[in-house]
Design a protein around this ligand. Structure first.
Ligand code: CTP
Ligand code: CA
Length: 226
């Protein structure tokens, strides 16, 4: 039988999981986004919940159904995602599985851009806040364990290792999302867990299995509460 809700080694622990893409409006009908189904983030939220954690799931507009039994906070943009994460603090662990758009449209307007025959519109981009880096570098309320993802297409381990240092998170799950891996949009993932003293290569497995293994690594790090 399944454990009763709230029982398990993460009982009493608070977790924040970001998931899905963000949508950055260009005008009321158009947006910029990243590819993300939300499958890995959803699986992580579910795995933490099933070990007893109290999970806040901050999700952009993803195609994957949201997990039940977690506190779902739907957002559209990166800046809304940051605000929702800040509202959910303090937490023991935060996992940043969202594919956050790196830029928003600085000159987004309230009116639909029309093909008015006067040439092409120009879109001005401005950088979005880096939610993972901000939370990793908090002086107050920094979660004990901050975990990011690094989806890369080239020099995966090298890029992910420098990303972990630059952002100052504790762990990064690096994965190769080159089209030939079939990972984007698929049900499997192949990750390497990078921490401050090395890297553990995990075999290719389902996204649910990655989530379960990560949840157990979190228990090992934080210690079981029961
Ligand atoms: N991330 C975030 N906020 C952002 C951008 C990224 O929280 N504005 C998080 C992602 O959720 C992920 C990690 O940072 O956990 C790495 O995201 P990635 O896009 O790989 O890193 P970037 O720093 O944006 O670098 P680049 O896209 O140039 O590789
Ligand atoms: Ca990025």
């Amino acid at each position: 039988a399944e454990a009763a809700l709230g029982d398990g080694p993460l009982k009493g622990r608070c977790a924040i999981v970001t998931s899905g893409p963000t949508h950055e409006p260009i005008d009321p009908v158009r947006y910029i986004a990243n590819r993300s189904s939300g499958a890995q983030g959803t699986a992580i939220a579910r795995a933490l919940m099933s070990l007893g954690a109290d999970v806040t799931f901050v999700t952009g507009p993803a195609s994957h159904p949201v997990p039940s039994g977690v506190n779902v906070v739907p957002v559209q943009t990166a800046s809304e995602m940051l605000a929702a994460v800040e509202d959910a603090l303090p937490a023991d662990v935060a996992i940043f599985a969202a594919a956050v758009a790196d830029w928003h449209v600085a000159n987004a307007g309230d009116s639909k851009i029309k093909k008015d025959g006067k040439g092409l519109p120009s879109i001005e981009l401005a950088e979005n806040p880096d939610i993972l880096a901000i939370v990793s570098q908090l002086k107050k309320n920094r979660p004990e364990l901050v975990i990011g993802f690094a989806a890369e297409t080239d020099d995966v381990i090298e890029n992910a290792t420098s990303k972990r240092k630059r952002k100052a998170c504790d762990w990064i799950l690096a994965n190769d999302v080159s089209p030939e891996t079939g990972i984007m949009g698929g049900s499997e993932n192949a990750v390497t867990l990078i921490h401050n003293s090395g890297a553990d290569v995990w075999p290719r497995m389902t996204k649910d299995q990655v989530a379960t293994r990560l949840a157990h690594a979190i228990v090992d790090h934080l210690g079981a509460t029961e």
